[in-house]
Ligand binder design. Structure first.
Ligand code: 13P
Ligand code: SF4
Length: 335
């Protein structure tokens, strides 16, 4: 076993996870619970994770909730079932804790659309602007930012700047355009987007609306403007979930990654949730990065404490400042 493990560790950079065979008869749910106790570990999962992972998580949330949870945890090990920038954010907030991720190749197209070297040049061309960055970005971009936002606090944080303050918003042009619209600002937008939220088919959604005339269309602000214009409600994943819990409608067409439907169905079992279809042959829209994580990989990363997030201290400190600012403003706003 020691040799197999050694070989898997050597292949970690290529594969992104420890490729060690797991006994198929093992009860992974029970094993993960055991490891949580043994290692004083907490499992934080994003709503886009597969249902089994959500079911073993200690906390499931949107990006803001996950960052807040990571900041306050007293666990020794944080198991981050999400994508790389989320685990990195947890490490930035917890330098002395071990932060493991089931698969460190779980990236993000939005984060990748904004390389720090290019963004630094863009920023230098606009020295009179402050930089507001969506949390879906690398530590390198966070270090170049004045404040970080998520989809649940972006409006409040942008409005915390005086109206005349010039702002660069990165990396999501769709969320940026939406925030420009709801705040009346004219932020300069980096040209990035999320591969999942950009490919919804308006034609198929319109057909679904005709077939389900009582269904409300709810959408994440990473979607493009034409879809957002059609939506009855726009919000972060937590915002969408809460809306379906408190609203009177019985049917919803949900325009975000399908993982969120698990919690919506659990919270409102009598309601009908229809995933908004993308413009390809699939009926629903999965994030290929989020879905790299599996229950088996969660178990393996907890057991062997790899892959774990390692950060340069100078970069960590620079990236922490705008995250701290976000957490402070959110707290003051009661979020
Ligand atoms: P929220 O969960 O913060 O709404 O973000 C959605 C998302 O795309 C995360 O990658
Ligand atoms: Fe990134 Fe989009 Fe996947 Fe979220 S859903 S992790 S923004 S690619």
């Amino acid at each position: 076993m020691a040799e197999v493990l050694q070989a898997a560790i050597e292949e970690l950079d290529d594969k992104g996870f420890l490729d060690v065979e797991v006994d198929p008869t093992l009860d992974l749910f029970a094993e993960i619970e055991k490891l949580k106790k043994e290692k004083n570990a907490v499992v934080l999962a994003h709503y886009y994770q597969e249902a089994d992972i959500q079911d073993i998580a200690d906390y499931i949330g949107d990006s803001l909730g996950l960052a807040q949870e990571a900041e306050k945890t007293d666990a020794d090990m944080i198991v981050f079932a999400g994508v790389h920038f989320m685990a990195e954010t947890a490490k930035i907030l917890n330098p002395t804790k071990k932060v493991v991720i089931p698969d460190f190749k779980a990236g993000c197209s939005l984060s990748d659309s904004c390389p720090p070297e290019l963004f630094a040049k863009f920023k230098a061309q606009h020295p009179d602007h402050v930089v507001v960055s969506y949390i879906n970005c690398s530590a390198g971009i966070k270090a170049l930012s004045d404040v970080i936002v998520t989809s649940s606090n972006a409006k409040i944080i942008v409005e915390s700047f005086p109206k005349e303050q010039k702002i660069i918003f990165a990396p999501d042009k769709n969320l940026g355009a939406y925030i420009n619209k709801v705040t009346g600002r004219d932020m300069l937008l980096w040209n990035g987007a999320c591969m999942v939220h950009e490919i919804f088919s308006l034609e198929k959604i319109t057909r679904l609306q005709q077939e389900n005339p009582n269904a409300k269309l709810i959408a994440h602000p990473e979607c493009e403007e034409p879809l957002l214009k059609m939506a009855d409600f726009i919000g972060s994943t937590t915002g969408l979930l809460k809306y379906t819990m408190n609203d009177d409608a019985q049917e919803y067409i949900v325009a975000t990654e399908t993982g969120i439907l698990h919690q919506m169905e659990k919270a409102s079992p009598h309601k009908k949730f229809i995933p908004a279809p993308p413009n390809n042959e699939c009926a629903c829209n999965d994030c290929p990065h989020m879905k790299r994580n599996t229950l088996e990989k969660v178990y393996l990363c907890m057991k062997y404490e790899k892959p774990d997030i390692i950060m340069d201290e100078e970069l960590r400190l620079a990236a922490k400042k705008p995250i701290d600012r976000m957490l402070e403003i959110s707290k003051a706003a009661g979020l």
